[in-house]
Design a protein around this ligand. Structure first.
Ligand code: NAP
Length: 251
């Protein structure tokens, strides 16, 4: 009898880096819970494409900036798949270009609520299910950070960069906290990746403008990031925890 398939939840798994991760994970044999915030059409199309390829996926609507949504998302994974083996904390937002002296409290609150608190709450729910100290079988978490945490995002979005700095600290701390409980926690820090996030922050031309500052002179692809995420989730990375893999094309 073949081993039961592992279950992966990808937050923001319906577009961009999350979608590439969902697709690659399904190909690797995971059953994938594809979370999204509002674009149901994109999530449904991705789930259908995965199923047509012979994979198994479930679209899960929920705002990671809302604790009740997170709880019901994990409960749906429990009911549908009956197990959880891995989490990719990928859902994240940017905002319009602004200096710190122009930022409203509401903007900062949204940024931290989605990017930081959302990732921490999802990790909490995953740990409750995967930690051997809670009766789980272990698992893996990959947090999506950004090289912005190191560069700081001056004049563009220091708030976003700071939210990813928080993700970096959280990755180290949680990795050490649950290392003896069968859970590995790692991060990837992409540079400029060709997705729709730049347009949603009001900068549709950002890649063309910024790619000259990248030593490789190009943006990365969502698939390149997904490959690193899948490796960190896999048993091949069995002694890797608390790591943060930069993928900035040399930047
Ligand atoms: P994207 O193309 O804009 O896709 C965002 C995904 O997240 C969509 O599936 C979206 O769902 C979902 N989402 C947004 N807000 C959400 C919320 N509150 N709750 C649940 N889901 C939510 O983004 P991306 O470029 O792939 O970025 C993914 C991650 O990589 C983010 O954490 C981002 O900060 C990080 N990153 C990106 C880059 C880059 O250059 N692209 C670089 C460094 C780091 P809907 O379709 O429903 O909106």
């Amino acid at each position: 009898m073949s081993a039961p398939k592992k279950v992966l939840l990808v937050t923001g798994g319906s577009r961009g880096i999350g979608a590439a991760t969902s697709r690659l994970a399904a190909k690797a044999g995971y059953r994938v819970a594809v979370n999204y915030a509002s674009n149901e059409a994109a999530a449904t199309a991705l789930v259908e494409a995965i199923e047509q390829d012979g994979g198994e996926a479930l679209a899960l609507k929920g705002d990671v900036g809302n604790e009740a949504d997170i709880l019901s998302m994990f409960e749906k994974v429990d009911r549908t798949f009956g197990r959880l083996d891995a989490l990719v904390n990928n859902a994240g937002v940017v905002d319009q270009r602004a200096r710190v002296d122009e930022m409203s409290g509401a903007r900062l609150e949204r940024m931290m609520r989605i990017n930081v608190i959302g990732s921490m709450l999802c990790a909490r729910e995953a740990v409750k299910r995967m930690s051997t100290s809670h009766g789980g079988k272990g698992g893996a978490i990959v947090n999506i950070s950004s090289i912005a945490a190191r560069i700081g995002g001056p004049g563009e979005y220091v708030d976003y960069a700071a939210s990813k700095g928080a993700i970096d600290s959280f990755t180290i701390g949680l990795a050490r906290e649950v290392a003896a409980e069968g859970i590995r926690v790692n991060a990837v820090s992409p540079g400029i990746i060709d997705t729709e996030i730049h347009a949603s922050g009001g900068q549709p031309d950002r890649i063309e403008r910024m790619r000259h500052f990248v030593p490789m002179q190009r943006a990365g692809t969502a698939e390149e990031v997904a490959a690193a995420i899948l490796w960190l989730l896999s048993d091949e990375a069995s002694y890797t925890t608390g790591a943060n893999l930069e993928m900035g094309g040399g930047r």
